[in-house]
Design a protein around this ligand. Structure first.
Ligand code: GLU
Length: 471
């Protein structure tokens, strides 16, 4: 049977990086084996599932480029099918109605806890005939004897004793099926061969296998991937910063960088750090995933992101950068070609948000010079070179990089200064900061009018300071 995996998020929040990594591992496993990948939305918890979460998950999957061959399937649309299976189990005597009142179950639990026993249902209703008209739940009749052996592709062999598992509820009093039942039916109906999921589900696995066996079906293969920790060793949570996939997009992370980062969390191939999607598909092996939890490292993610920004096509960077410029109140159509700006800034930004910030000056005047840069470069000694550059720029016939470069050289030569003594004050005047693309390109993309206006502003700023110091 060809491989079929699924990603089965519960839409009770956004897609977080842990979920995204599980989704990626499942996707890679399917792609590697030329199989199919299914997306299933586990929305049976009506109280906690929201349409917003569903949309957020779908959006994140699209952004990451994790395409699915089937689905999205919604569990809430499959209640008839779940009931059919529950009826089948009831018919075979492998499930039964239980009308134990809450008080009885609570007392049972308290007694067990007092005796330091693991709380479990005592099978009280197994032998009683509960009328279907009476309020009741349906429980699965878990085998009492023997054990369930899981040959986990990540964790190896895990043995669960059946006497440690109790008769779990598969349908609630309100008629809704529970997680372990729906997952089993879906994995079965959808032909899932390999279940790859977070290891918070490992204790559900023997229960699911027992239900499958009761239905005379073979269980799929399982892989439980360890969780992601924060840099302090605690389970990754909001308190560690961004954990939502889309938040990373908003922070200017490229999807391929996030995927590359996530695949390395718990999986490695020698000392290699950088993998394209194709390389991941070729090299990834679920069996090589680490059993131990791995810690999220934002620095590393930024390093990978910078790598992808540097080598990406400027046109694509510009497309992704455009909305981020918009967030700064800038319409890129009203300034230099954003593709050219992206090409010039590729080497300088760790994120697209940073790129937007350091590129804003191409499109609008800034309020203040970067303090340190101004202190260092906008001094009395800069007055003369700035003044002279200004004069030449005002009359320059062709506003192109080559000619602009010559202006800077000519001014430096005529004043007997080295290039930096002209270019740096000029850069701070025009860009507001000490770092920008080459001075010629910086001037060219900023445009003549803005350059002259800003040089005037810098001259005034220096003069004011010189006066203040003199008085
Ligand atoms: N819906 C479950 C979750 O989001 C996953 C269930 C599974 O993968 O079996 O945690």
């Amino acid at each position: 049977m060809s491989t079929k995996t699924r990603f089965a998020p519960s839409p009770t929040g956004y897609l977080h990086v842990g979920g995204a990594r599980t989704a990626l591992f499942s996707w890679l496993h399917a792609r590697k084996h030329g199989g199919k990948y299914v997306l299933r939305i586990e929305d049976t918890d009506l109280q906690r599932s929201t349409t917003e979460s569903i949309n957020a998950i779908l959006e994140a999957m699209t952004w990451l480029g994790l395409d699915y061959d089937e689905g999205p399937f919604y569990q809430t649309r499959r209640f008839d099918r779940y009931n059919e299976v529950i009826d089948e189990l009831l018919g075979k005597g492998l499930a039964y109605r239980c009308s134990c009142p809450k008080e009885r179950l609570e007392a049972l639990r308290e007694g067990q806890l007092e005796r330091k026993e693991k709380p479990r249902y005592d099978e009280h209703c197994r032998g009683t005939l509960v009328d279907a008209g009476e309020p009741h739940v349906i429980r699965f009749r878990n085998p009492n004897e023997g054990s369930v052996i899981v040959d986990d592709m990540v964790r190896g062999k895990i043995v669960f004793r059946n006497d440690e598992l109790d008769d779990l509820i598969i349908r609630r009093t309100d008629g809704s099926p529970t997680y372990n039942l729906t997952v089993v039916v879906d994995d079965l109906d959808m032909g899932i061969t390999d279940v790859i999921r977070g290891d918070d589900h490992v204790n559900n696995t023997p229960r699911q296998i027992n239900i499958l066996r009761a239905l005379d079906k073979e269980p799929p293969r399982y892989a439980h991937v360890p969780m992601i920790l924060g840099d302090d060793g605690a389970r990754l949570s909001k308190r560690h910063g961004a954990i939502s996939v889309m938040e990373y997009r908003n922070q200017g992370i490229l999807p391929e960088a996030l995927l590359n980062y996530l695949v390395r969390l718990g999986w490695s191939h020698g000392d290699d750090e950088l993998f394209t999607l194709d390389e991941m598909v070729e090299l990834f092996d679920i069996g090589d995933v680490n059993r131990a939890a791995s810690a999220f490292n934002t620095e590393k993610l930024l390093w990978i992101n910078q790598h992808y920004i540097k080598q990406d096509d400027p046109a694509r960077i510009a497309r992704l950068l455009s909305p981020l410029m918009g967030e700064l109140g800038i319409d890129p159509a009203e300034g230099p070609d954003l593709v050219e700006v992206a090409r010039q800034q590729q080497e300088r930004a760790k994120t697209l948000v940073e790129m937007a910030e350091i590129s804003a000056f191409f499109y609008r005047d800034f309020d203040e010079f970067e303090q340190k840069a101004a202190k260092k470069h906008l001094k009395a000694a800069a007055l003369e070179p700035l003044q002279e550059v200004r004069e030449r720029l005002a009359t320059l016939e062709e506003w192109d990089a080559e000619k602009l470069h010559q202006v800077v050289i000519a001014v430096a030569e005529s004043l007997g200064l080295n290039m930096g003594k002209v270019a740096q004050p000029l850069r701070v005047a025009v860009a507001g900061r000490a770092a920008s693309p080459g001075i010629d390109v910086t001037l060219q993309l900023t445009g003549r009018e803005a350059c002259l206006r800003r040089i005037d502003k810098a001259l005034a700023w220096i003069n004011k300071r010189v006066d203040e110091n003199a008085s």
